[in-house]
Design a protein around this ligand. Structure first.
Ligand code: 5CA
Ligand code: ZN
Length: 416
């Protein structure tokens, strides 16, 4: 699919530090160790509704990783999928009497606009599930040939992965079986389905049902792909095994990321799928997780339409740590708008407080598991000092700070 245009990325003096992030599998903060080209896969949207602030917060967290790696001198091969065929998309299209393809294309286009406005660096590969179907089918056939997957014996043509044969199963989430069963039931799994070998076996291929779109599948059986094999396939096809970061929101820890890893590890007979599994916490509204199914949503496009500066949305979301569940509030936005105005006033001065400490502070805070609130505090202190007009103002400092805030936090301060 078409990705979106890249914002300008200023080059900063010196080289950034090694980035550390929290890995769900190891349950600790680990140093990332990319090669010259860092590799990252982040789970993309299911385009049946517009981008809400929860999605935006998650993509901003991974945008910081992208920016920190680039600042440390790496190229970044960033991949994101679009789940452009799945139950929720078909249900919404049905409800609104709309073509599911038109719905998916419209919401994906809006997502691109939102990401562009928020200055999120685009993925190099932005891949839809539908365009990946031939490769997904080839993978499922391989699992069937190797006896690692099976066709359900009830005439539906549904294919499942046999998790009993997956030695690494459980190593991403670290959950025990009761926890897995409860999340599986809650997040699209079917633990009660009759005829499965194991209640936790995940669906690889759903045989054709009346009225549903279908494609030619494994061994010629019509149907559509399961969810986890979609991401496993797209990642394997673009960045291969052992890539640096697998990302998404914390609602994807189980079953989605567990099974994406299980599928990929079974297909390649190697481990691990990813070096680190990084999860962004949930953004809520009025005490509940913001979710399309609950309908308690604040859309990025709605705020943009009301004239809110996307840079204020970005600052508001980054004012909380990516691993802290937090609520979106009107005050958060008001505070971010005031902060943005203050920072812009400070960088429009001819001289400012020394910039070296700001660059160092931003790099140091963000390298430490993306401490964006700490990074913002560094710039707050600089702006305060600069606007107070002390004795030690440096001539080029405002430009250096402007570039550093742009390159590392993704917040554009210079307004033309
Ligand atoms: N298409 C799948 C991933 S393959 C999916 O989960 N799509 S989604 O549209 O539901 O979510 C897109 C991304 O936003 C996922 O990474 C998800 O974990 C994240 N996300 C969803 N809701 C929230 C929320 N309230 N707060 C933070 N992140 C969220
Ligand atoms: Zn995914």
């Amino acid at each position: 699919m078409l990705s979106w245009p890249a914002p300008l990325l200023p080059t900063l003096p010196g080289t950034g530090p090694v980035l550390k992030v929290h890995d769900t599998a190891q349950r600790q903060i680990v140093a990332t160790t990319p090669d010259r080209t860092a590799r990252m896969y982040v789970c993309g949207i299911t385009p049946y509704d517009a981008t809400h602030l929860g999605h935006a917060a998650t993509y901003l967290a991974f945008d910081l990783i992208n920016r920190m790696w680039r600042d440390a001198g790496h190229a970044v091969h960033y991949v994101q999928n679009v789940t452009d065929i799945d139950d929720p998309l078909l249900e919404r299209a049905d409800r609104d009497r709309e073509d599911w393809i038109v719905l998916g294309m419209r919401e994906t286009a809006l997502f691109r606009e939102d990401m562009t406005a928020l200055r999120v660096l685009p993925p190099e590969d932005f891949v839809g599930a539908v365009e990946a179907i031939p490769r997904i089918v080839a993978h499922i056939e391989r699992l069937l040939d190797e006896g690692l997957a099976y066709v359900l014996d009830d005439g539906t043509g549904d294919v499942y992965h046999d998790v009993a044969q997956a030695p690494g199963f459980g190593s991403e989430s670290g959950y025990d079986e009761p926890t897995m069963l409860s999340f599986f039931a809650e997040r699209g799994g079917d633990p009660g389905r009759a005829g499965k070998r194991n209640r936790l076996d995940p669906l690889l291929w759903r045989g054709q049902r009346p009225g549903e779109p279908s494609w030619t599948g494994p061994r010629g059986a019509a149907g559509r792909p399961g969810w986890h094999i979609e991401c496993a396939t797209i990642a394997l096809d673009t960045i291969g095994m052992g890539f640096d970061v697998q990302g998404g929101g914390s609602d994807l820890v189980f079953p989605h990321h567990e099974f994406s890893a299980v599928h990929a590890e079974a297909l390649t007979a190697t481990k691990p799928f990813a070096q680190a599994y990084v999860h962004a916490a949930m953004i809520g509204l009025d005490g509940q997780k913001m979710s399309k199914s609950r309908g308690n949503l604040v859309f990025v496009s709605k705020l943009r339409g009301e004239g809110v500066d996307p840079m204020a949305i970005r600052l508001a979301l980054l004012s909380g740590h990516y691993r802290t569940d937090r609520a979106w509030t009107a005050e958060l936005l008001t505070e971010a708008e005031a902060r943005l105005a203050t920072w812009r006033r400070a960088v429009s001065r001819h001289a400012g407080a020394p910039a070296g400490a700001v660059l160092h502070g931003l790099r140091e805070r963000l390298a430490d598991d993306l401490d964006s609130p700490g990074a913002i505090a560094v710039v707050d202190a600089w702006a305060e000092h600069t606007l107070a007009g002390g004795q030690d103002l440096e001539e080029l400092a405002p430009q250096v700070v402007c570039d550093a805030v742009d390159a590392l936090l993704g917040v554009e301060l210079q307004v033309s």
